[in-house]
Design a protein around this ligand. Sequence first.
Ligand code: CA
Length: 221
Amino acid sequence: MRILIVEDEHKIANSIKLGLQQESHAVDVAYDGTDGFDLASTEDYDIILLDLLLPGMDGITICKKLRSNNIHTPILMLTARGQLTDKVTGLNSGADDYLTKPFAFEELLARIRALSRRPKHAIGTTLAVGDLSLDTSSFEVRRGGILIQLSSREFSLLEYLMRHPNKILTKDQIISHVWNYDADILPNTVEVYIGYLRNKLGKPTLINTVRGFGYKLAKKN
Ligand code: CA
């Protein structure tokens, strides 16, 4: 993959660069925000690692400008520990994920892998299937333009289904992606939540049961 690092702390930038090169990635580094924005707008990267506080132009501004220029390269925002409001701002500005410094290099690699696996069309902030839309930054779900209120678990479930439209997802896949590390989740729980979603999303239903296999989100059966 071709990766851009925008980070003004030379030591951090260079050690990430070295580590990623050892993993066979092609890496460019920008040490200030203006250079970072220029490179991100003119070159084609698979992922951008973007520091939050930068000379020239800060990470949030870069992120917003790239997105408004229709550049949807996945962005992993890097920032200092405990800046929770930065996390929210970062994701609202169009970043795809967020990592707190200092981090283990393995963690960075895992996040990069996860971001690169996402289908390109799903990386913007709005997912759409038929007349259903889900905004991953404002957490708004609409059907036919009408706002639908979901719990956070229902939202995660719907987001997972919408990231894999027209694909059969088993209950086990759903549990491992939506419930992560919670213990004692039974396949029955998935059925219950699918039921909640179907009720809230209304008819015609978009979530189809594929008997013996699992569920599929699709415009038609
Ligand atoms: Ca910095």
